[in-house]
Ligand binder design. Structure first.
Ligand code: TXA
Ligand code: MG
Length: 332
């Protein structure tokens, strides 16, 4: 039988604690993506997080907790209306936006807003760290604009090894948490789609509207240069509806297909193209998409073609995937 993980015997875990206590940001694993962590009230380390990521100061951070008892020090809102949500989804890939406790949450964390984002990550190492040291801010550990890291190696590569990473393996979800704004009790809004969606909230009796209409903005051929690039690899990301659209010279490209391709489809695939198929497994696609983007860059591919698929609007993972791909799509 495998011995359970023992934090006090884990030197890397102890090192992470020491660094955080010395105002040094540390990358930590979560079930969604790796985060670049600092203690939530350590403004010196928080400024370093923004600097390392090259993150605009007007983009607020998520505070990660391990215990509901930590909340009164972070939020100033009655929790009872959201008890069912919290019981069901924490720890898990759900970030809630509350009215902030302005006395205790530094303005840098909130980017000057009077609200604050909070979640309880579902990863034993993150939870153990927070238990020991208290709540941590942790934006995704990528450099701003680049795809989020879903393994320790991704973080090491983004910072050339200059940031200490507490290795917790590959992230099981692979997409950033769903952000649900509950600071206006009667007007719940999904600000960022993730693997949890409005249907999961509705089952518990919560009506949430989405401010991001991922489907409306979905494919294809929209006007160039309209958007802010995000989650984007160096390779150009493009939607295609069929392999026939691939240029014959598409030698240095990755093609990602969520659905299995038929033998006929494959006749349209230029020989030296790298093909990644997910055979209808959206969970696997979500957990691997950022690694695929990064691998394309490591291999020096110019383009990543993503085959469109008939979207099931009831699957939040599909909505979240469309949202991230749309943001990564670049046009000359
Ligand atoms: O899964 C995740 O949420 C990961 C892991 C590490 O926990 N973290 C993450 O953090 O994705 P970040 O900083 O990359 O994205 C946080 C998002 C940003 O888009 C930010 O604008 C938004 O949350 N946010 C934070 N505080 C907010 C607030 N008070 N109101 C509205 N949006 C907020
Ligand atoms: Mg991010």
């Amino acid at each position: 039988m495998m011995t359970p993980w023992q934090p006090h015997k884990d030197l890397a875990f102890q090192k992470a604690l020491n660094l955080l206590n010395s105002h040094v940001p540390v990358a930590i694993p979560t079930e969604t993506v790796y985060g670049l962590a600092a203690k939530f009230d350590d403004t010196e380390a928080i400024k370093e997080v923004f600097r390392l990521k090259n993150r605009p100061l007007d983009n607020p951070l998520i505070i990660h907790i391990s215990d509901l008892a930590q909340l009164p020090n972070i939020i100033s809102q009655n929790l009872s209306p959201f008890k069912k949500l919290i019981d069901q989804f924490w720890p898990g890939p759900l970030t809630l936006i509350f009215k902030a406790n302005m006395a205790t949450v530094p303005s840098e964390v909130r980017a000057g807003l009077d609200t604050v984002a909070v979640r309880m990550p579902n990863h034993p190492k993150a939870l153990a760290l927070i238990d020991k040291i208290g709540p941590l801010v942790a934006p995704s550990a990528n450099k701003s604009g680049y795809p989020s890291p879903t393994s320790a190696a991704h973080v090491l590569s983004d910072y050339n090894g200059s940031v200490f990473v507490l290795d917790g393996g590959s992230c099981s979800k692979g997409l950033e948490s769903t952000i649900l704004d509950v600071h206006q009790e009667e007007n719940l809004q999904i600000l960022r789609p993730g693997v949890l969606g409005w249907k999961e909230f509705e089952v518990l009796g919560y009506q949430a509207t989405s401010t991001v209409n991922a489907l409306e903005s979905a494919p294809i051929n929209r006007a160039p240069g309209m958007k802010h690039r995000h989650y984007a690899p160096k390779a150009e990301v493009c939607w295609i509806t069929t392999l026939k659209e691939l240029p014959k010279s598409a030698l240095t490209s990755l093609v990602i297909s969520v659905n299995a391709l038929s033998a006929t489809d494959l006749t349209h695939l230029p020989k030296s193209i790298y093909l990644k198929e997910y055979k209808g497994d959206f969970t696997k696609f979500a957990s691997s998409i950022y690694a695929d983007f990064r691998e394309a860059d490591i291999n020096g591919y110019d383009r990543i073609y993503i085959l469109t698929w008939p979207i099931n609007e009831h699957n939040p993972t599909e909505i979240a995937l469309i949202n991230r791909i749309e943001k990564a799509v670049s046009r000359a």
